[in-house]
Design a protein around this ligand. Structure first.
Ligand code: ATP
Length: 880
């Protein structure tokens, strides 16, 4: 018989478990040995062979192979050297190895992320409820689930209250299914109709329940289709997409230039095959082959850095979006504040407010008892250590109860709970019903302005004004206020629901609890402001409490407004779009309102980061440009919908991540600046020289060596370049800002021109001017000069791109050590190729005189001097 058909008792028996106490630690360990971890087998990874094939399919590689073929043909038919085709193939290999190696390290960084998203499951073992890693779940474990959880394994339901589960991942049905432990189900029923079962990977959207795990890992329904789920599909970021487009355009330009060079060469009487080689190599050289890999590695490195800053990126495009975030909408509780609530003041109706530390009278004790009954937090002892488990608001109540030497478990015995309507952020209320000596009491606790008090009773009206006054007094001190009210029944009403229980209550009193701001919040808000980012607080708390804290942290300043959810509701979309920029605090809002706030900001062109933790936050997290879920308090539902997870739930982490996002974007732009300046100059150099009838200044293999060695190797080190000092003082990057915005295109143009001029000067002097007694001018001398100048100057150029404004002499050549040493290596390789006879022969280079070398050195540092001068002018302009 299948699990859904069996009687619960027989399942407990089969799995040797106990409904109340669960498995013992030993049983669980043994079962884990037997059943294996509760996880899906990994998808098959791309093998080295696959990767190689991938690289070989690249257009530039294909062109290179064609070039190698032509060159081999020339070697055979025209008696040319075989060195050339060998070098080309060697470069294809080096390029592929570099590519694969870098791709691997990027993959590793991203793989590590997967292991960080550990899912926790609440399980009862040895009679103690405890969180464990969901991977350690075994059949027979008793699990407790509640709204927001992802179901950790297939389980048979034991008990439930209002349990709704969204099973679209399994059944395709997006409406949640209403679970029922009493449902009669047979094996022939489709998954969606098996109401007494819970399925791994599905999301609890409402209620709570207890269940016994029956299948884990690959044996679960989700496990059976895990092979079909391709969860880790590689997605390109918007910038990567744009760069891909740019790459295509550059290829067209390169091929067109190759064609032009080919035709002009023919016109000048060069041989067709020679010119074809030059044209092909130009076509290859003008494309920045290493750019896509450098971009990937820069993103991966950024993602790795963010982990160190407590942010786990779930979708790579979020790194870029973070870099351009202009608004951060943040929850208050736990994100801007510490979520460590402690009750400060109590007011039992008919008495005066008292400090929580004061000696309590019966009235206060009664209020505390009521608050503790309508409460789900509990004290658990695990390995001799006492811990309060539950929501911080409720935990604060239980802590005070403990301070007053009372226990919730004792109260539960005296007043057994017979019914509960759980707390929910929309209603902001929670109600429980308890049996008493002479009937039943229904206790409702929640937001003061949501507690439905019996308006007709004298009692309530008598205290209404005073209650409001005391509430405001508490709230102005930044205290979160919880109100309590109750209702007595002789007999239990027939229908137990909010309509019945949460009406006409008798008000009992208020408590005010403090939740201090996180120490980092104020500074983070200031940093965000400096970076042109507006911080907005969104909270379920009362407007007075929220505003007091917002003011303290610096979110609410002169000219900013605070509004309530009720006011927000009255605003039309157009009104909201118009005024959204002035509103800094939204109080008493429901998670559903967040989506309107996101959309209104987006309508103003903003890039919005939004935090969330609850089930109902998921739509807003998806709508935001960067959805950030809380790692500690966040539900699995929210994490699933988010682009990033804050492992410390901290607002400051978002601001840090924005910095990292900007650093990544900046380094990608620097890489583009570095690579394209050189690539474009190569096109200019070839076309101009051939137009002037000077012949090709650099030949195929020389161009390739420069691209792969002089540009490729140091280029990778740009991904690790530190953030510039003023990165977080600049305005956010515009949403539709092109790659070449902010003068990048102009800078590339200037640099390419400088490279072209110095290389052509070197080539001309070497080719036509006598500057030494020992080495006479010749085509080969000119080529050697052009090769070394182009190679060296483009390596030197990397020190230019390291900062937009700062002089490299201020930053220090050695401050990015890998970059410095890679540059030295590149300079060394170019030198070696030109002076070591065997290599020089292969690359068709000749030896030069001291005067030639002196000229090369002078010309090669000209780009540095030019950029230093431009930066100097820029700095003095900025100062002025
Ligand atoms: P934020 O949105 O800043 O994270 P929050 O999520 O804590 O705040 P809600 O959970 O919506 O906001 O709480 C709003 C109000 O509901 C509180 O001001 C409080 O009055 C009341 N409240 C919060 N928790 C409980 C609870 N467990 N039981 C009853 N009332 C509660």
């Amino acid at each position: 018989m299948k699990w859904m058909e069996k009687k619960l008792e027989s399942i407990f028996q089969t799995l040797h478990t106990d409904k109340e106490k669960g498995l013992t630690k030993q049983q669980a360990e043994d079962a884990l040995q037997q059943a294996g971890p509760n996880e899906f087998e990994e998808e098959k990874k791309e093998t080295l062979g696959d990767k190689l094939l991938h690289q070989l399919k690249d257009v530039t590689t294909i062109i290179l192979i064609v070039a190698a073929a032509i060159s081999t043909y020339l070697a055979i038919t025209k008696g040319h050297d075989f060195a050339e085709p060998i070098v080309i193939i060697a470069i294809v290999v080096i390029n592929a190895v570099l590519g694969i190696r870098q791709e691997r390290s990027a993959e590793k960084a991203l793989d590590a992320l997967k292991n960080m998203n550990t899912q926790l499951a609440m399980v009862i073992r040895d009679g103690v409820i405890q969180p464990i890693n969901a991977k350690e779940l075994v059949p027979g474990d008793i699990i407790v689930i509640e709204a927001g959880d992802m179901i950790p394994a297939d389980a048979r339901l034991i008990e439930s209250t209002g349990l709704l589960v969204e099973e679209s991942a399994l059944t395709g049905e997006s409406l949640p299914s209403e679970k029922d432990e009493h449902a009669q189900v047979s094996d022939s029923d489709p998954l969606g109709d098996r109401l007494n079962m819970l399925f791994s990977g599905c999301l609890v959207t409402n209620g709570r329940g207890k269940a016994v795990v029956v299948e884990t890992g690959m044996n679960t329904e989700m496990g059976k289709i895990a092979g079909l789920l391709n969860s880790t599909k590689k997605t390109k970021t918007p910038l990567q997409k744009r760069l891909h487009e740019l790459g295509k355009k550059l290829s067209i330009i390169a091929i067109a230039s190759g064609l032009v060079v080919f035709l002009i060469g023919l016109y000048h009487g060069e041989t067709a095959m020679e010119m074809l080689m030059t044209a092909v190599s130009l076509a290859v050289a003008a494309v920045p082959e290493t750019l896509p890999v450098i971009v990937t590695i820069t993103l991966a490195f950024g993602v790795q850095n963010m982990v160190k800053k407590n942010a786990i990126i779930r979708r790579i495009p979020a790194v870029e979006a973070l870099g351009s975030a202009s608004v951060i909408c943040s929850d208050k509780t736990g994100t801007l504040t510490q979520n460590r609530m402690s009750i400060q003041q109590l007011w039992a109706v008919e008495h005066d407010p008292v400090e929580a530390t004061a000696a309590f009278t019966d009235a206060e004790n009664e209020l505390l008892t009521m608050l503790s009954l309508a409460n789900n937090a509990s004290i658990e002892t695990n390995d001799g250590e006492e811990r309060i488990i539950g929501d911080p608001t409720e935990s604060a109540i239980i802590r005070l109860l403990q301070d007053k030497h009372m226990k919730r478990s004792d109260l539960e015995v005296m007043y057994p709970r017979v019914f509960e309507i759980p707390f929910d952020s929309d209603r902001k209320l929670m109600t429980t019903v308890h049996r008493t000596e002479n009937g039943f009491i229904s206790i409702t606790k929640g937001a003061f302005d949501r507690i439905p008090i019996d308006q007709d009773s004298d009692y309530s009206t008598k205290y209404a004004d005073k209650a409001k006054r005391i509430h405001d007094q508490f709230a102005e001190k930044a205290l979160r206020v919880i109100a309590v009210a109750s209702k007595f029944y002789k007999e239990l009403p027939e229908t137990l629901d909010a309509d019945e229980l949460e009406h006409g209550l008798t008000f009992a009193g208020l408590i005010g609890m403090i939740d201090p701001p996180r120490p980092e919040s104020k500074e983070a808000v200031r940093l965000a402001k400096e970076a042109g980012i507006k911080t907005v607080m969104i909270t379920g708390d009362h407007i007075v409490t929220a505003s007091a804290i917002a003011r303290e942290i610096g979110i609410l300043t002169d000219g900013d407004r605070s509004i309530t959810g009720a006011q927000l509701e009255k605003m039309s979309e157009a009104e909201l779009v118009q005024s959204v920029q002035d509103i800094a605090v939204y109080a008493r809002v429901s998670p559903e309102d967040k989506i309107r706030i996101v959309k209104a900001w987006q309508a103003n062109g903003a890039v919005v980061a939004m935090t969330g933790d609850g089930v109902n936050d998921a739509p807003a997290l998806k709508a935001a440009d960067v959805g950030a879920a809380m790692g500690i308090t966040g539900t699995d539902v929210a994490k699933n919908a988010a682009d990033m997870v804050l492992t410390d739930d901290n607002f400051a982490t978002i601001v840090d991540s924005v910095g990292e996002g900007r650093r990544v974007y900046e380094n990608i732009r620097k890489t583009i600046y570095f690579l394209l300046s050189c690539n474009i100059s190569e096109i200019f150099i070839m076309i101009i020289a051939i137009l002037l009838g000077w012949g090709a200044p650099v030949i195929a293999i020389q161009l390739l060596l420069i691209n792969v060695v002089a540009d490729g190797i140091p280029g990778f080190c740009l991904s690790k370049e530190d953030m510039e000092e003023d990165t977080m003082q600049r305005k956010p990057i515009g949403k539709n800002e092109g790659i070449f915005a902010n003068g990048l295109g102009k800078k590339i143009g200037i640099q390419a021109t400088v490279f072209t001029i110095i290389t052509l000067i070197g080539y001309y002097v070497g080719n036509f001017v006598t500057i030494s007694d020992t080495v006479a001018p010749s085509y080969e001398v000119g080529q050697t000069m052009a090769f070394v100048i182009l190679g060296w100057s483009s390596v030197v150029h990397i020190f230019n791109v390291r900062s937009n404004m700062k002089s490299i002499f201020t930053i220090g050549f050695y401050s990015n050590k890998p970059l410095f040493w890679c540059s030295m290596l590149s300079i060394g390789i170019i030198l070696a190729v030109s002076v070591v006879p065997v290599l020089a022969d292969i690359f068709q280079l000749v030896s030069l005189s001291g005067a030639h070398w002196a000229l090369i050195i002078v010309l090669s540092i000209i780009p540095l001097i030019v950029v230093e001068l431009i930066k100097l002018v820029g700095r003095s302009r900025r100062r002025a």
